[in-house]
Design a protein around this ligand. Structure first.
Ligand SMILES: C[S@@+](CC[C@H](N)C(=O)[O-])C[C@H]1O[C@@H](n2cnc3c(N)ncnc32)[C@H](O)[C@@H]1O
Ligand SMILES: Nc1nc2[nH]cc(C(=O)O)c2c(=O)[nH]1
Ligand code: SF4
Ligand SMILES: [Mg+2]
Length: 210
């Protein structure tokens, strides 16, 4: 059972429900191909029906873990740390990212932006979701917009979201994994006609790595 004291530490971002941490290759987006240490934080109520990590959703199934031990582990593996989930912005990312920056590590986040941006980030990948749109000023700070394409309407959604990001933001369309064979030809065609977009694939799934 989680005590009130632990809940308090989680609410302050001093402990986080940790689902898993692993050293791998960033498979997606701008930094694909780069070795990175992933910290997967539990908890998400966005509810994407095609989410490839639904086991992350219920924070109560992931043990509250001291951020100092998460940071110490991460520092042993890589200079590049990707914080993902779940939805990491469910929690206050301030203390974790301060700890990572104190060790001179590069902090990257994968987020839907559904909750206010907290933390100190060297790279923000925003993957907005229709059912719980990004809030606050995350569009101004986003380095990479990564829209998941599950159906044709997602091209319209992608353009709406691209209107909101800053001018330096790199734009990606990523096929939803289960419909990739159907959507990849449409994305290829779309990017050739609209070359401000680039394709992102989940290359780690082709490489059979985490
Ligand atoms: C599991 S999410 C966790 C971070 C955050 N909740 C988010 O959605 O950005 C990590 C990335 O995987 C993407 N993703 C999740 N399920 C996917 C799927 N079935 N096919 C393609 N991309 C997927 C998300 O859009 C996001 O960019
Ligand atoms: N290799 C690898 N790259 C990734 N890029 C984003 C991921 C995520 O789940 O956030 C992910 C992941 O789960 N594995
Ligand atoms: S926001 Fe991210 S973690 Fe949450 S359901 Fe959607 S893809 Fe999964
Ligand atoms: Mg993943």
């Amino acid at each position: 059972m989680v005590t009130e004291k632990v809940m308090d530490l989680v609410n302050q971002g001093l402990m986080l429900p940790l689902m898993e941490e692993f050293y791998t290759i960033q498979g997606e987006g701008y930094h694909k191909g780069t070795a990175a240490y992933f910290i997967r934080v539990g908890g998400c109520d966005v509810g994407c029906h095609w989410c490839d990590v639904k086991e992350s959703w219920n924070a109560e199934t992931h043990p509250p873990t001291d951020i100092d031990s998460i940071v110490a582990n991460a520092a042993q593996y890589s200079n590049t740390i990707v914080v993902t989930g779940g939805e990491p912005l469910t929690w206050d990312m301030g203390p974790l990212t301060e700890g990572l920056k104190a060790k001179n590590l590069q902090t990257h986040i994968e987020t839907s932006g559904a909750y206010p941006l907290t933390g100190i980030w060297d790279w923000i990948c925003l993957s907005p979701k229709k059912n719980k749109l990004p809030v606050g000023d995350v569009y101004d700070k986003t380095d990479e917009l990564k829209v998941i394409v599950y159906n044709r309407h997602d091209f319209i959604f992608a353009e709406e979201q691209a209107e909101k990001v800053n001018n330096n933001c790199v734009l990606y369309l990523q096929p939803e994994w289960s419909v990739r064979e159907k959507m990849i030809p449409l994305i290829v065609d779309y990017v050739m006609k609209n070359p401000k977009w680039k394709i992102s694939l989940q290359t780690h799934k082709y490489l059979n790595i985490p």
